[in-house]
Unconditional design. Structure first.
Lengths: 319, 333
C-alpha cells in the first residue's frame, strides 16, 4: 500500500456515499445522517461543511465559481440542524459496491435465506444476482449451507408473525421435560443453531430456548403481551449463576466458545485460565468431554468430580 | 466566498479528483489535473516540486482504485507505454451502480436483515456501507422483518485473510493439521470459496501440493494465513461454492454412524433430528457425518447418553476423548 493514511481514503469513500444519500433523502437531520453513517453528529456536520469546498476543477488559473462547487442550505443547517444539498456538481448516483461490501452482503443473504418466509420467496435469488452485478469486482464466494426448516422452526416463526404465545415441551440437558408457554420475541440463528428468546409464562421472565431441545410445539391464541420487554444478550449470564474456574490451552479457546461471553480470562504462557458464569457448574462435564480433556475444571471440586464420573460412566458402556 | 485554506485535506483532493475525472469524456492529462484540481493546484502555485506532486497523484489513483473507483488511462496510440501524454477519466457507467439495478422494498428488507449478520465483526462495516449505497437509490423502506436475527459466528481468525485472498485471486500458505495426524503440515492453496457446513467454516480450493481440489476445516488452520504474491486465474473460482457444497453433501451421504441413544436425553434429542429417517430402530440411530473428529467431539460430550457402535474408528476417537477427559478430571486439582 502507500504512505498516505488510510483514514483519508476512508473519509473520501464516505463523502462519495454522502452526496447520493443526501440527494435521496431530500432533507435530513444531522443526527439521523450521523446514525446512518456510524459517525458522531459533530463529524457529520464537519463532513457536510467540507462538501461546500469540493467541486469541479477551476479553469485557467481562476478559482472555482460558486456553481462549480457543492452547496448546502447554510441557514437550515445553522438554525435547525438539517441538511439539504442545494447544488450538486456530480456524484448523484451511488458508487458500485466494492468487493468487500458485496461479499459481506452476499454472505449475509445466504444466512438470511434460513429465515422462514425469506428463502423460498425468490427474493434472495434475485438479490444474489443483482449484488454480484452491482459490484465492480468479482466478490469471494462465501456460502452458508441451508439447514432444513422443520415443524418446530415453522411453528415458532408463525407465532412470531401472528404475535401470539407458543407452547412446547422443553428438555434442557440433565433436566426433566417441562411444558412452557412463551411470548416469542426474537429468534437468533447462529452457527447453525436456533435460539428463541421470549417471555416465559412459567418463570415470569425472559428466557432463551435452544430449538433443538423443543418438542411438541403449538401456536396458541393467547396474545403475546410481553414481547416489547428488553431482550438480554444471547449468552449473557443471569444473576443466579455460579462462577467456575477452568484452564485450557490457547488453541482450545474456540471449543470453549459461548462460555467465554463476559468471562474473565488470564493468559498463562500458552494456557488460559478463565472464570466463567454457569447456572450449574456440573454441566461443564459436557464441555470437558467434548474437548477431549483439553479443558480442565479447577473449581468447584464437585464440577470436577462430575466431569470425571461422566467420562467414566460413558467408558463403562464399552467394557 | 471563503478563503481557500493553505493546505487542502487529502480526502477533499481525492473527491475533487473523482468529480473532475467523471466530468470529462475525452479524459484529462496529468498536467491539466495538477494545474486545475483543487488540492494539487494550490501546491503547484505554492511551488511544490513537480516530482513530489506526480508521486502524490500516482498514490491518489492507487487509493481510489482500492475503493473500487474505475480510473481509466488512455495512452498514446502510437506508443502505449508512453504515459506522458496519457489522459485520465472515470466512465460514469463503470463508477455508478448500474442504472438498471433497482431494489423493491421487500428486497431492501431482506438486505437489511442480511447486513445485520456480522454483529460486531469487522465485515459489518462493509455490510453497512453497502446498504447505505443501496438505500441512497431512494427506495421506500418496507416493513422490517422483525423477530429474526441471523448471526455469523466467526471464531476462526483465518476467515478474513482467506476472504481477501479469494477476492484478489492470490495463493495462500498455512499450517494445517490433518485429522488423525499429530503434526501440522504447510499447505499452499489457491483459495476459491468459503463454505459454512454443519456450523463449521471450510475453505475450498486447489491444493498445489496434491494438484487437486480440497476442502479444509478452518479450525484446523494452526498458523497465520500468508497471502502470497502469486496470483491465479479468477475464472477457476466460478461455481466453486456450489462444487464445495455438493462435495460436502456427498461425503455426508457416504459416511454413516450407528449409535444407541438413551431416550429423553440431550443426545437423543439432538441426534434424532439429524438421523436417517429410514434407518431408526428402537434406541438405535443412524446419522450421516462429514468429519469424524468433529463428530467425535460432539458424541463425547454426550457421555453415557450415547454409545457408538459403528464405525470402529469413530468409537475409538470418542473413547480416546473420554479417557483424556476422565484423567484430566481425576482427584486433586
Amino acid at each position: 500500500m502507500s504512505g498516505q493514511p488510510v483514514v483519508a481514503t476512508d473519509r473520501a469513500a464516505l463523502i462519495l456515499q454522502l452526496v447520493p444519500y443526501l440527494i435521496a433523502q431530500g432533507e435530513v437531520t444531522v443526527a439521523q445522517a450521523a446514525r446512518d453513517f456510524d459517525v458522531e453528529p459533530r463529524q457529520m456536520r464537519a463532513m457536510v461543511e467540507k462538501l461546500t469546498v469540493i467541486g469541479l476543477p477551476g479553469e485557467g488559473g481562476f478559482w472555482q465559481m460558486a456553481n462549480d462547487l457543492f452547496d448546502i442550505d447554510w441557514d437550515l443547517l445553522d438554525r435547525e440542524d438539517r441538511i439539504v444539498i442545494t447544488n450538486a456538481v456530480g456524484l448523484e448516483r451511488s458508487p458500485r459496491l466494492t468487493a468487500r461490501e458485496a461479499a459481506a452482503l452476499l454472505a449475509g443473504l445466504q444466512l438470511a435465506a434460513a429465515v422462514p418466509g425469506v428463502g423460498d420467496s425468490g427474493v434472495v435469488q434475485g438479490l444474489l444476482s443483482k449484488l454480484s452485478r452491482g459490484a465492480g469486482q468479482t466478490p469471494a464466494d462465501v456460502i452458508v449451507a441451508p439447514a432444513p426448516v422443520d415443524d418446530v422452526r415453522e411453528t415458532v416463526a408463525r407465532a412470531l408473525r401472528e404475535g401470539v404465545a407458543v407452547t412446547f415441551t422443553y428438555t434442557a440437558p440433565d433436566a426433566h421435560p417441562t411444558t412452557r408457554t412463551v411470548d416469542p420475541v426474537k429468534v437468533t440463528i447462529s452457527a447453525g443453531q436456533w435460539y428463541l428468546q421470549g417471555w416465559c409464562h412459567m418463570r415470569r421472565a425472559m428466557r432463551t430456548f435452544h430449538l433443538d431441545r423443543v418438542t411438541e410445539p403449538a401456536v396458541t391464541s393467547i396474545a403475546a403481551l410481553h414481547s416489547s420487554e428488553p431482550v438480554p444478550e444471547l449468552f449473557e449470564p443471569g444473576d443466579d449463576e455460579v462462577v467456575a474456574e477452568i484452564r485450557y490451552p490457547a488453541h482450545a479457546a474456540s471449543a470453549v466458545g459461548e462460555f467465554l461471553a463476559n468471562a474473565q480470562v488470564h493468559e498463562e504462557g500458552g494456557f488460559r485460565r478463565a472464570f466463567i458464569r454457569v447456572a450449574d457448574p456440573r454441566s461443564l462435564k459436557r464441555l470437558v468431554a467434548r474437548s477431549g480433556g483439553d479443558v480442565e475444571i479447577v473449581a468447584p471440586p464437585e464440577a470436577r468430580r462430575a466431569a470425571h464420573d461422566w467420562a467414566q460412566a460413558a467408558l463403562d458402556q464399552y467394557r | 466566498m471563503s478563503v481557500t485554506p493553505a493546505r487542502v485535506p487529502p480526502e477533499e483532493r481525492l473527491v475533487n479528483l473523482v468529480v473532475a475525472l467523471m466530468a470529462t469524456e475525452q479524459g484529462v492529462t496529468k498536467d491539466t489535473i495538477l494545474g486545475s484540481v483543487s488540492g494539487y493546484r494550490e501546491q503547484v502555485e505554492s511551488g511544490s516540486r513537480r516530482e513530489a506532486l506526480e508521486k502524490m497523484f500516482e498514490r491518489d489513483k492507487e487509493n481510489l482504485r482500492g475503493l473500487g473507483v474505475p480510473i481509466e488511462t488512455i495512452g498514446d496510440y502510437a506508443d502505449p507505454d508512453d504515459l506522458r501524454e496519457a489522459r485520465y477519466r472515470i466512465p460514469p457507467t463503470e463508477y455508478e451502480l448500474p442504472a438498471d439495478i433497482t431494489f423493491t422494498p421487500a428486497e431492501l428488507a431482506v438486505l437489511t436483515l442480511a447486513g445485520g449478520v456480522w454483529g460486531e465483526h469487522t465485515l459489518s462495516a462493509g455490510a453497512r456501507s453497502g446498504l447505505r449505497k443501496i438505500r441512497s437509490l431512494g427506495i421506500d423502506v418496507d416493513e422490517p422483518i422483525i423477530g429474526f436475527a441471523p448471526r455469523l459466528d466467526l471464531h476462526d481468525a483465518s476467515f478474513l485473510p482467506l476472504q481477501r485472498a479469494i477476492e484478489q485471486a492470490r495463493e495462500v500458505e498455512f499450517d494445517y493439521l490433518r485429522p488423525g495426524s499429530d503434526r501440522p503440515r504447510r499447505r499452499r492453496v489457491r483459495p476459491f470459496a468459503l463454505v459454512e457446513f454443519e456450523a463449521r467454516w471450510h475453505l475450498f480450493g486447489w491444493d498445489t501440493g496434491v494438484e487437486a481440489e480440497r476442502t479444509f476445516l478452518l479450525s484446523r488452520v494452526l498458523s497465520d494465513v500468508v497471502v502470497t504474491r502469486q496470483g491465479f486465474d479468477e475464472s477457476l473460482r466460478v461455481g466453486a461454492g456450489e462444487r464445495a457444497l455438493s462435495g460436502l453433501r456427498d461425503v455426508a451421504l457416504r459416511q454413516n454412524a450407528t449409535v444407541t441413544a438413551v431416550p429423553g436425553t440431550e443426545a437423543e434429542l439432538r441426534l434424532r433430528r439429524r438421523a436417517r429417517a429410514e434407518a431408526t430402530n428402537g434406541r438405535q440411530v443412524e446419522i450421516p457425518f462429514v468429519d469424524l473428529e468433529v463428530f467425535a467431539d460432539e458424541l463425547a460430550s454426550y457421555g453415557p447418553e450415547v454409545m457408538v457402535l459403528e464405525p470402529r474408528a469413530l468409537q475409538d476417537a470418542v473413547m480416546r476423548r473420554l479417557r483424556a477427559a476422565r484423567d484430566r478430571s481425576a482427584e486433586s486439582a
